[in-house]
Design a protein. Structure first.
Length: 276
């Protein structure tokens, strides 16, 4: 019978470093492949030398996402190794936390070998779609805020006293309609400011339209996901999409306590003398 192996992966932008452990945790070897298409294909051919294999990818939702989900979609058994966990193994193994590309894949494999309750990577196109749409919406909202801030600055220069309070596209349009460049030495600059403000207003309206379109798509995806999050008071489709995108498949957590620990809301009591 072939030896069952655990393949640890330390992913980078340009390369994927791998280390192979046997079922007793002994290192069998290390290698590295480019992170491009040809490199991934070569990695899969190399892995075929170990028919009974399991993968441990550090940061499977970060730099390791492409490889981890490619492997999982091909039916491979892949677990996600949190970077903090492999860093802890690194410190315990060599006495410091300095990274070493040659060894990091080994530490990821050792972390998985010692911990049998790591989250398994499960390809879920629905969750990925929700995450991508949510992230795109967040980018557009940030861009709209930046444009509105710039528009606010131009209106401050055009309107004595500036524009107090929140600024929206409709409010900016009403203000711009009332502003006419003065006929003096500064009229050319004021005309340019007004033109730029009109351009920015057009950008804001375009962003509003794109965000509204994304809202519709996100609502459809969330409704189709069968999540119960929207039944929670105060949680709408947009917030639900963000939670789903961050958490992924919630069934991977054995209990509420495990999820609370993952979310960082499971406080541990720390005492010193009579102070808790």
């Amino acid at each position: 019978m072939e030896t069952k192996v655990l393949i640890g992966v330390d992913p980078h932008k340009a390369t994927n470093a791998l280390a192979v452990l046997d079922e007793h945790g002994e290192l069998l070897g290390r290698t590295e492949f480019p992170a491009d298409r040809k490199g991934l294909e070569a990695l899969e051919r190399w892995a075929a030398n170990f028919p009974r294999r399991k993968w441990a990818v550090e940061g499977a939702n970060g730099l390791g996402r492409t490889l981890a989900h490619r492997l999982a979609s091909a039916g491979e058994n892949v677990v996600d190794v949190p970077p903090k966990l492999s860093a802890r193994v690194r410190v315990l193994s060599i006495g410091h936390g300095r990274k070493n590309d040659e060894l990091d894949a080994t530490f990821a494999a050792l972390a998985a070998w010692r911990n049998g309750r790591l989250a398994r990577v499960r390809p879920d196109d629905g969750i990925d779609a929700i995450r991508l749409l949510s992230e795109r919406r967040e980018d557009l909202v940030c861009e709209r805020t930046r444009v509105l801030n710039r528009l606010h600055g131009l209106l401050r220069d055009l309107l004595p006293g500036g524009v107090p309070g929140m600024l929206s596209a409709n409010r900016a349009a009403r203000i711009l309609r009332r502003i006419r460049p003065r006929r003096n030495s500064r009229s050319a600059a004021e005309a340019v400011r007004r033109q730029l403000a009109s351009d920015l207003l057009r950008d804001v309206r375009n962003l509003n339209k794109r965000i509204s379109e994304l809202d519709v798509r996100i609502r459809e995806e969330v409704d189709g996901s069968s999540t119960s999050l929207t039944e929670v008071f105060g949680v709408g489709p947009i917030l639900a999409a963000k939670i789903i995108g961050l958490v992924g498949d919630v069934s991977r957590f054995p209990s509420k306590g495990h999820f609370a620990s993952y979310a960082g809301v499971a406080p541990v009591e720390v005492s010193s003398g009579e102070v808790t």
